[in-house]
Write a protein that binds this ligand. Structure first.
Ligand SMILES: [Zn+2]
Length: 267
């Protein structure tokens, strides 16, 4: 295995707590982040739409103040349909500093009610990802192309290169990052881990070549998984990606904290 990748990944950009479907409360997850040596952790509970975030963001700020780890207030929003509409609006988006968006079982035209043809399905995937990437509220697509468990399915090798290039160009142009997710293989039960790695590496190359930034996340749903980035590291090594390809989550958090203080976040 190549050894040119980063030795240690400094942050985890994707963690769930009992505020959504995680098994452990915020304090336990932050403590776990400290224990495994992270300098920064983003709390990204699911956001289905309409939930007020102010009180939760306050709780995250308190956890941040009490910990040596930087705790970033975030959400994991869902891409609602093939237009790329997302479940969080600008008003709530201003309150957090990190917004993931993903395909889920509720994504109309992708997770449910897909078109009858693979061409129609892939067209929806493209328009949904490009639409979400153009939304200034969205910072990153979580586990992109997680398409192996819905009624209509696609593995990475089923994705046409020209589609990948168009999505990558749109993400690069809009500063939308690509999440390398530690359990990305889970979404493709038809593939062995080795097969998944072999199929996703060319996809990562398209996005890197387009200048898209990457971000690493565990998608932990328990405190024991916080900072578990071993598979992220494996994918980065396999794709030849280094720290220079990752966004600096700490810097982004600090910048947005200043923007929020001046009332300029998403202004
Ligand atoms: Zn998640």
């Amino acid at each position: 295995m190549p050894t040119h990748g980063p030795k240690r990944l400094p942050y985890d950009a994707h963690v769930h707590t009992t505020n959504s479907d995680g098994h452990n409360p915020l304090a336990s997850c932050v403590r776990a982040a400290e224990a495994v040596g992270l300098s920064c952790v983003a709390i990204t509970d699911h956001y289905w739409g309409g939930e007020p975030l102010a009180e939760w963001v306050k709780a995250i700020a308190q956890a941040d103040a009490a910990s040596p780890v930087t705790v970033v207030p975030g959400v994991e929003a869902v891409i609602s349909d093939a237009s790329g509409r997302v479940s969080i609006d600008r008003e709530q988006g201003q309150l957090v500093r990190w917004v993931l968006a993903d395909f889920g079982a509720r994504t109309e035209g992708i997770g449910i009610n897909p078109p009858a043809t693979i061409e129609g399905f892939l067209h929806n995937v493209e328009t949904a990802m490009c639409g979400a990437a153009r939304n200034p509220v969205v910072d990153a697509i979580a586990h992109p192309f997680n398409l192996g468990r819905f009624p209509a399915r696609a593995n990475p090798e089923d994705l046409p290169r020209d589609l990948l290039v168009r999505v990558a160009d749109t993400m690069a142009a809009n500063g939308c990052s690509y999440e390398i997710m530690n359990q990305a293989f889970w979404w493709h039960p038809d593939l062995s881990v080795v097969e998944y790695v072999a199929q996703i590496v060319p996809v990562l190359h398209v996005f890197a070549d387009a200048g898209v930034n990457f971000v690493v996340g565990s998608d932990a749903h328990s405190c024991g998984a916080v900072g578990n980035l071993g598979f992220c590291k494996r994918l980065m090594d396999a794709a030849g990606l280094g720290m220079e390809h990752l966004i600096d989550l700490q810097e982004l958090n600090d910048r947005r904290r200043r923007e929020q203080a001046r009332g300029q976040r998403l202004a």
